[in-house]
Design a protein. Structure first.
Length: 747
């Protein structure tokens, strides 16, 4: 059977139906409400066997109940809900009743069910052997399905209904029949799924609060409770009632199923509605209160065993995944970057959550592991996750296409997605993928057509579906679900990664503080030494010149050569000291940033450096449009002067020196400048040495210099928040780049 279009129906009308305050009971018993302090009757159902007008003391109407109620009030049960008190014979009626009571809004609600004439031995004594055997069979069961089959069989045996189903809810509240016990009178519903609309939201909440409900005869006529309102002026809350009348929609639903009697027992695991045990009979059937209590008792034992089994399975999975996580933690701790620890061990990354594919994505890199969508598709997922401000640090879905329609194109690899955010600030994620699992689901009737509107009943009067014929649907675009231990393992990995990143950040911060302290000490030392050495070197040069000029006649040729060497060495040393002093001052002087015209600065420096160039040298300058820069003008002039001086120096042997100065398009918020020459160039294998103090790639005999100029360039640029790098080739020239952050007028 296939889906067809249906008119739009507001199915939430069922969800809004106030089924807990229906104001009536089923006729197989009667109800009284009493003031808890005085035991005066406040309300009574119209089928009470004796007149029970409001305001009448209970002792005047049904004295047999007074002692029973007193004992209940003196020793109230710890658990909420209706509790069986005892069986009493009401003298005025000649009948025996099973009495249950619960408290609501300051009232005691008494519910009395007449004991059927056909005496069935269903007391606890008669059921004890069955209960013992039941517990033993549960203990030996090997699977959840086997557990469900055992409880279905025993519940049907106790109630003697035609069919008992164990019905489990999924995350969307659709129910699937996991087990069934029947005598063949009613059709089998085993393995069928029923839509969430069959059990409205408020009905599910009642199932959670009141574990057991029975409808002995679907053709019953509801018995009103009089007066309608309690003494507080509110309708009586029948959420915990055992006699509560049910919605007409539910009664019609039963008749459409071909059943005239039903009973359901809620299966609660950790106080959450896991499922139902639903019993049906083709003909009307009464089940005594004690037998129903026995069914409730069996179901609670079953729920405990179910919970223990599920917890045990989850504990085993947690242990297995915990071992994987421990290995990954060790791998990440061994590497400088946690990403390397993951990339080098892809099998463990995927095994952590039992996924065939994974990806580690940051703003600049996308690393794929195993069976994944294409990198462009993973990037699309990354961009979508980065923009989900309402999502937590862990994102889980079995059907990504429901959240992102474009994901349908790669559902065969990533219908399911489990993602953890490693850093929201820098948008870094670890993602795991699961492919879609195409499967056929058998529904107990068409889930798209759960109800029809009654034309004569008004817009909110709905009729349930009439057909329970098997309806097959092919489910696509969904992966196997992520288990709780798998999601927890991903969360724990996120915590581990953040811990490693934080530890590394603390180590770097500590190292940075130490480096800053050392740098300050070195700056102070170099400043002091260079400042104090300037005068001695000047004295050496000065006195050597005096010796050369005044005593030249008394010196031999060799002596004059020695004096020239002293002057030259002292002058070089003095220049080196001056440069050291300048270098140390770069870190001590405050920046005074102002916007300036780069072309004007370049022209000023170009004229200065050309003063020392012999007139016979041919130098061609190619200067582009450089715009404006936001920097300290004094320090920026030193950068430009060093770069232009170097360009002139290393093109000295060229017939025509070509020096190009330009500006590239801005990138990542930075202005990018370059100085390019056609000089001797350098080997890129040594590029890391270029900007170091005293680092030279050419002999001093070939090109003069102290090896501090480019170190000054890098230091000044980095103090401005920029970067420096170089590109070159031996014999083919070099290009030096530096950047300045775009601020103010820097554009």
């Amino acid at each position: 059977m296939s889906r067809t279009e249906t008119p739009s129906i507001d199915l939430t009308a069922c969800d809004r139906e106030p089924i807990h305050i229906v104001g009536s009971v089923q006729p197989h018993g009667f109800l009284l409400t009493l003031d808890a302090a005085s035991l005066v009757i406040a309300q009574a159902s119209e089928n009470a066997p004796v007149p029970a007008p409001p305001g009448t003391p209970l002792d005047d109407v049904l004295p047999e109940l007074v002692a029973v109620v007193r004992r209940y009030l003196d020793d109230p049960p710890n658990e909420a809900g209706a509790h069986y008190l005892r069986t009493v014979a009401l003298a005025g009626t000649g009948r025996r009743y099973e009495v249950a009571a619960h408290r609501v809004d300051g009232l005691v609600v008494l519910e009395l069910e007449e004991i059927a004439d056909a005496g069935v031995e269903d007391g606890l004594d008669a059921l004890t052997p069955r209960l013992r055997a039941f517990v033993q069979r549960l203990r030996l069961a090997r699977s959840t399905e086997e557990l469900c089959a055992i409880v279905a069989e025993d519940i049907r045996h106790i109630t003697e209904f035609d069919r008992a189903l164990v019905y489990r809810f999924d995350r969307d509240w659709h129910g699937t029949v996991l087990a069934e016990s029947g005598n063949g009178v009613l059709p089998s519903y085993l393995d069928l799924r029923f839509p969430a609309s069959d059990i409205p939201v408020q009905a599910r909440e009642l199932y959670r609060r009141n574990r057991l409900r029975i409808i002995p005869d679907a053709s019953y006529r509801a018995v009103p409770i009089r007066p309608v309102l309690t003494p507080t002026g509110q309708p009586l809350d029948l959420s915990q009632s055992v006699l509560r009348s049910v919605s007409p929609v539910h009664v019609e639903y039963m008749r459409n199923m071909g059943t005239m009697a039903s009973m359901s027992v809620s299966i609660l695991v950790d106080d959450k509605l896991w499922g139902l045990i639903s019993c049906h009979n083709r003909d009307p059937r009464r089940v005594s209160l004690q037998a129903r209590n026995a069914c409730d008792f069996l179901t609670q034992i079953f729920a405990l065993q179910l919970s223990a089994r599920e917890r045990g399975a989850q504990a085993e999975q947690r242990l297995a995944l915990g071992a994987v996580q421990a290995r990954l933690l060790g791998f990440m701790a061994e590497e400088d970057s946690f990403v390397d620890g993951l990339i080098k061990h892809p099998d463990d990354v995927m095994a952590l959550v039992n996924a065939p594919g994974a990806a580690i994505v940051t703003g600049d890199r996308c690393r794929l592991i195993g069976d994944t969508p294409a990198e462009a598709d993973v990037r699309a997922l990354y961009d979508w996750l980065s923009n989900q401000t309402d999502e937590a640090e862990v994102f889980v879905t079995e059907s990504m296409s429901e959240r992102l329609p474009a994901a349908r194109s790669f559902a065969d690899r990533a219908s399911g997605l489990l993602a953890i955010s490693v850093s929201k600030k820098y948008a870094s994620y670890i993602l795991w993928f699961r492919p879609e699992v195409v499967r056929t689901v058998k529904w107990g009737g068409n889930p798209v057509k759960p109800a029809t509107v009654d034309p004569a009943g008004g817009p909110d009067r709905l009729h349930p579906r009439k057909s329970f014929e098997i309806w097959k649907e092919t489910v696509q675009g969904r992966s196997l679900p992520w288990s709780v231990p798998e999601v927890e393992a991903a969360k724990d990995l996120r915590t581990s990664v953040l811990g490693i990143v934080l530890r590394r950040a603390e180590e770097l911060a500590s190292l940075s503080e130490e480096l800053q302290r050392s740098n300050k000490e070195l700056e102070a030392f170099s400043y002091s030494v260079s400042h104090d050495l300037r005068a001695p070197f000047r004295h050496i040069v000065g006195y050597s010149n005096l010796l050369k000029n005044r005593e030249a006649a008394n010196l031999s040729e060799k002596g004059r050569h020695y004096v020239e060497t002293i002057i030259e060495a002292a002058f070089s040393a003095g220049t080196l000291v001056d440069n050291l002093l300048s270098f140390s001052q770069m870190g001590r002087n405050a920046l005074n940033r102002v916007p300036g015209d780069m072309n004007a600065l370049i022209e000023e420096v170009r004229r200065k450096v050309m003063r020392d160039v012999p007139p016979e040298r041919v130098v061609r300058w190619e200067i582009g449009s450089l715009g404006r820069a936001y920097a300290d003008p004094f320090m920026l002039r030193l950068v430009v002067e060093n770069l232009l001086s170097n360009a002139l120096k290393y093109t000295r042997g060229r017939p025509e020196a070509v020096i190009e100065i330009g500006r590239l398009p801005p990138k990542d918020g930075e202005a990018v400048f370059f100085v390019r020459d056609n000089g001797v160039g350098f080997d890129m294998a040594y590029v890391d040495k270029l900007f170091g103090v005293f680092q030279r790639l050419h002999r001093v005999e070939e090109f003069e210099g102290t090896g501090i100029g480019l170190a000054n360039v890098r230091r000044i640029v980095e103090r401005h928040g920029g970067r420096t790098w170089a590109e070159g080739e031996l014999g083919a020239g070099a290009t030096f780049h530096f950047t300045l952050p775009l601020r103010g007028e820097a554009h």
